[in-house]
Design a protein around this ligand. Structure first.
Ligand code: ADP
Ligand code: MG
Length: 339
C-alpha cells in the first residue's frame, strides 16, 4: 500500500473514536480492556469471523462489510435473550486496504454502534497476503442464569420464527447476478436483507422466560432448527405453508419448487427460530405486537426417532418434502435464471 500508516496511528485515527463511551477500553492504549457486567448479570460471549469472497462478494463496500460483521454478531447475542454492550475487533488486512477504506469501514461501525448501543473495547490488526478476515468478539448481558439455550426444547412445544425467511439467500443470489428479480425495488429490498440484516435485538430479550430454546437463523431455517433439535434431543415438524416469506420473495419464487425449498435451507436470515410451550401462545402474540417483530408459529417439536431426520418439512397434505440439496441446483450452469 502506497501510504501505509503505522499500526498505532491507524488504530488511534480510525478505531479509538469508537471506544469512547466504554471506560474499560482505555482509549485502546493499553494491552487489554476491562468489562464489568451490571450486578446480577451474566456476560454472554460470542465470536464470528467473516472472510472476504466467502461471506460477502469482493465488491462489497467497506461500510456494508462493517455493518454486516457487527450485525451477525449482534444476532447471536439477541438469540440468547441478551443485550449486547461491547465488542472487540481483530482485522487481517490485505494490501488493498488503505486509509480511505478504513475510514469508510470505521464510519460503518460508528453508525451501527450508535444504532445498537455498543462500544469497541479493543482488538488486533495485522496485514495478510490472503483475503480480508474480520473477527468480532461480542459481549452481552443477561440477568443471571437466564440465557436462552438451544437445549431446552421439549416434544409438544410449538416452533416459531421471527420476521421472514429466505430473503437473504435470494439477496445474495441477486448480488451475485445468479438470479434476477422483475421488480427493481424487490432487488433492492432482498439485497439489503443480505447486506444489512436486522438482528432481533429487542425481540430476543423479550423472549426470556417464554422461549424454551432458541437459535439465530444463520445457516438456514432447517439447519438451525436442526441444531436446536440435536441439543434438545428432540425432532421437529414444520409446515411449509406456514413459514413466513416476504412479498418480494413470493414474487421472485412464484411456483418454482426448488427455489421455494431454498428459502428454507439458505442461510443469512439472522431471524430467531425458537420453541415455546403451547401455554405461551398469548404471551408470544403480545411480544410480537409490542416489539413490532412478527412471530409466526410454523410447526411443532416432536419426540426424537432412531433414524428419522431431525427436521421434517411438510406440505399442505402432510407429506414430507425432500429438502436435501434441491435448492442449490438452481444456481448451476445451464439454469435459465443465470444471466
Ligand atoms: P499488543 O501488541 O500489546 O497485543 P496491539 O499493538 O496489538 O497490542 O494493540 C494495541 C492496542 O490497540 C490494544 O488496546 C488493542 O486492543 C488495540 N487494537 C489493535 N487493533 C485494534 C482493532 N482492529 N480494533 C480495535 N482496537 C485495536
Ligand atoms: Mg501488549
Amino acid at each position: 500500500m502506497a501510504h501505509r500508516v503505522d499500526e498505532f496511528t491507524l488504530i488511534q485515527r480510525h478505531f479509538a473514536p469508537l471506544s469512547v463511551g466504554a471506560p474499560g477500553s482505555l482509549a485502546l492504549r493499553d494491552d487489554a480492556a476491562w468489562l464489568r457486567p451490571e450486578a446480577g448479570n451474566d456476560l454472554v460471549v460470542s465470536a464470528d469471523a467473516i472472510v472476504g469472497d466467502v461471506h460477502f462478494p469482493a465488491n462489497t463496500s467497506a461500510g456494508d462489510i462493517a455493518r454486516r460483521a457487527l450485525r451477525v454478531n449482534l444476532s447471536d447475542i439477541a438469540a440468547k435473550g441478551a443485550r449486547a454492550c461491547a465488542y472487540t475487533l481483530a482485522l487481517q488486512l490485505p494490501d488493498f486496504v488503505d486509509d480511505a477504506w478504513l475510514s469508510a469501514f470505521a464510519d460503518g461501525l460508528a453508525e451501527d454502534q450508535d444504532r445498537f448501543g455498543i462500544f469497541l473495547l479493543g482488538g488486533d490488526t495485522t496485514r495478510t497476503p490472503g483475503p480480508l478476515v474480520l473477527t468480532i468478539n461480542i459481549f452481552g448481558q443477561i440477568s443471571e442464569n437466564n440465557m436462552i439455550m438451544r437445549s431446552g426444547a421439549s416434544a409438544g412445544d410449538d416452533v416459531y420464527v421471527t420476521g421472514s425467511i429466505g430473503d437473504a439467500t435470494l439477496g445474495l443470489a441477486l448480488v451475485r447476478s445468479e438470479l434476477r428479480a422483475v421488480d427493481p425495488s424487490d432487488t433492492a429490498f432482498l439485497e439489503a436483507r443480505f447486506l444489512r440484516p436486522d438482528p432481533r435485538v429487542d425481540a430476543g430479550p423479550a423472549l426470556v422466560g417464554i422461549a424454551s430454546a432458541a437459535a439465530d437463523v444463520s445457516d438456514g431455517l432447517v439447519a438451525d432448527l436442526g441444531h436446536i433439535c440435536a441439543a434438545s434431543g428432540v425432532a421437529a415438524d414444520i409446515d411449509r405453508d406456514r413459514v413466513p416469506h416476504s412479498d418480494a420473495a413470493h414474487r421472485l419464487v412464484t411456483d418454482d419448487q426448488p427455489l421455494r425449498i431454498r428459502l428454507l435451507t439458505g442461510g443469512d436470515d439472522y431471524e430467531i427460530v425458537f420453541t415455546a410451550p403451547e401455554a405461551a401462545r398469548d404471551s408470544i402474540s403480545a411480544i410480537a405486537a409490542n416489539t413490532g417483530v412478527p412471530m409466526t408459529r410454523i410447526g411443532r417439536v416432536t419426540p426424537q426417532t432412531a433414524d428419522g431426520p431431525a427436521v421434517t418439512v411438510r406440505d399442505a397434505a402432510g407429506g414430507a418434502i425432500e429438502v436435501g440439496h434441491g435448492g442449490y441446483r438452481h444456481f448451476e450452469e445451464g439454469d435459465p435464471r443465470r444471466e
